[in-house]
Design a binder for this molecule. Structure first.
Ligand code: GLY
Ligand code: MN
Ligand code: MN
Length: 462
């Protein structure tokens, strides 16, 4: 499928869901100032890109239920193009992007009331673009001013995310292919950082977290990734127990574990990998014991990931393995917390495992898509949380379908505390892979970087 057909097909599928008289407005992201006159590196809006493949700023797509598409984009401006780069421009855009027509973004305010006239429902992404609601209000006021001349004004506003989130949740063949490539680049970056860590320590050099971050960035850019998909975590020793730690300046010592959670973005799609490895290339006994436990819990989660299973199933499989393992290694005391089923029921594992086992992955690292099964939203059950005592309302978890992509990322984080054996203090481990759901199981697209302790040690040898 040519890329024009791909985006045109998505636009047509969206148009077919807008209902008679429906119109959808999808702006791209604004440029964002960083400081004084410097902007952050520009990143398009994911919904907009999903429907156009177009990465210039100052653009808005309008789709009507009959399938007509209008793009507002930056006009050609030879002087600005000298400074900021070539613009596609409204004349070339229809043919280049397969759209019905294109207009200058300078005409948006004047044209939108005309496009909205005689429509019934306006769809746009709610709570994404600050100020958009106000702009839509202004356009509708202009339409209303013409009602006495016989114009009809839309009388419904609806959240376009509800349609686009469902479309984006199941990745098509093109998306899966890009995500496989992004994952392969990220896997190579993890290998590079692991090998560099051991080599620097062997050479007697000082290793700091930013040295390994530099290796990741090098590998991402070397293979054409535009940027990291999120702020890379490179955490030496105890820093691995800080879940949202970022690559910083801390010294990585011989004997430490290093946790790296990093993935590149390639052509609009994220990858998200975590590996935890011994800085010098050899796990200590306690490090390996906990590593093997997290890996076993990940194996159980992978086995639970398949079409027809629920989104929560991998999490529950992980927790079952961790609960028993925490008792076996002595991080939890059976005399205090009981058996594995008590550890699960009372959430006693939460001291060491306090996050979920995965999330949707796609254009956004924490991608869109409901975690509740849409056909069962009305089925609410109530339970009391054993730790907070809070009453929680649960809805049935999403049923997995082929083409959904999610991460599988169990971990253990051991902060020093009374009763916690000292040999485990400050060990933080997470293992994260990205999975495409298939009919019979899942395809792990990030295993270009090994995950078994022996294989990690082997690739870190001199
Ligand atoms: N790197 C963000 C996450 O793992 O969810
Ligand atoms: Mn991650
Ligand atoms: Mn993740």
């Amino acid at each position: 499928m040519s890329s024009n057909t791909l985006y045109a097909d998505r636009r047509a599928r969206l148009a077919a869901q807008l209902g008679t008289g429906g119109i959808a407005i999808i702006p791209t992201a604004p440029e964002r100032p960083r400081n004084r006159d410097s902007d952050f590196l520009y990143r398009h809006d994911s919904y907009f890109y999903y429907l156009t493949g177009f990465t210039e700023p100052h653009a808005t797509l309008v789709i009507t239920a009959d399938g007509e598409t209008t793009l507002f984009c930056q006009p050609k401006d030879l002087e600005r193009e000298v400074w900021d780069g070539i613009r596609l421009g409204p004349e070339a855009a229809p043919a280049a992007l397969g759209l019905s027509r294109a207009l200058s973004s300078a005409d948006l305010a004047a044209q939108m009331p005309k496009l909205l006239e005689n429509r019934s429902t306006v769809w746009y992404p709610f709570a994404i673009h600050s100020g958009l609601e106000g702009r839509v209000d202004g356009w509708l006021q202009s339409v209303r001013a013409r009602v006495r001349y016989g114009a009809l004004c839309p009388d419904q506003q609806r959240d376009l995310c509800s349609l686009l989130d469902e479309m984006r949740l199941v990745k098509d063949a093109h998306e899966q292919a890009v995500m496989r490539r992004a994952s392969a680049i990220s896997a190579g970056a993890h290998i590079r950082a692991m090998q560099r860590s051991a080599a620097m320590l062997r050479a007697g050099q000082e290793v700091r977290e930013y040295h390994l971050d530099a290796e990741l960035l090098h590998e991402f850019r070397q293979h054409g990734s535009q940027y990291p998909a999120y702020g890379s975590i490179v955490a030496g020793g105890a820093n691995a127990c800080v879940l949202h730690y970022r690559a910083d300046t801390a010294l990585i010592r011989d004997g430490d574990l290093v946790l790296i959670d990093a993935g590149c973005e390639l052509d609009g799609y994220a990858s998200d990998i975590t590996r935890t490895f011994p800085a010098n290339g050899t796990f200590t006994g306690p490090q390996r014991a906990l590593y093997e436990l997290v890996l076993a819990s990940q194996d159980a989660a992978v086995a639970a990931t398949k079409a027809g299973a629920r989104f929560v199933d991998p999490h529950e499989a992980t927790v079952a393995v961790l609960a028993q393992g925490l008792l076996d290694v002595g991080l939890l005391d059976k005399n205090k917390v009981g058996h594995a089923q008590d550890v699960i029921a009372n959430r006693s594992y939460f001291q060491f495992y306090m996050h979920r086992t995965g999330h949707w992955l796609g254009m956004d690292v924490h991608d869109c898509g409901s975690y509740v099964e849409p056909s069962q939203v009305g089925q609410i059950s109530e339970r009391k949380d054993p730790l907070s005592g809070e009453l929680i309302k649960d809805r049935p978890s999403r049923i997995l379908q082929p083409g959904m992509v999610l991460t599988i990322e169990p971990g253990l984080y051991v902060r020093p505390a009374p009763g916690v054996p000292e040999k485990f203090h400050n060990i933080g481990i997470r293992i994260e892979d990205d999975a495409i759901v298939t009919q019979t199981g899942c395809e792990l697209i990030t295993r270009g970087v090994p995950v078994k302790a022996d294989e990690i040690e082997a690739l870190m040898k001199g």
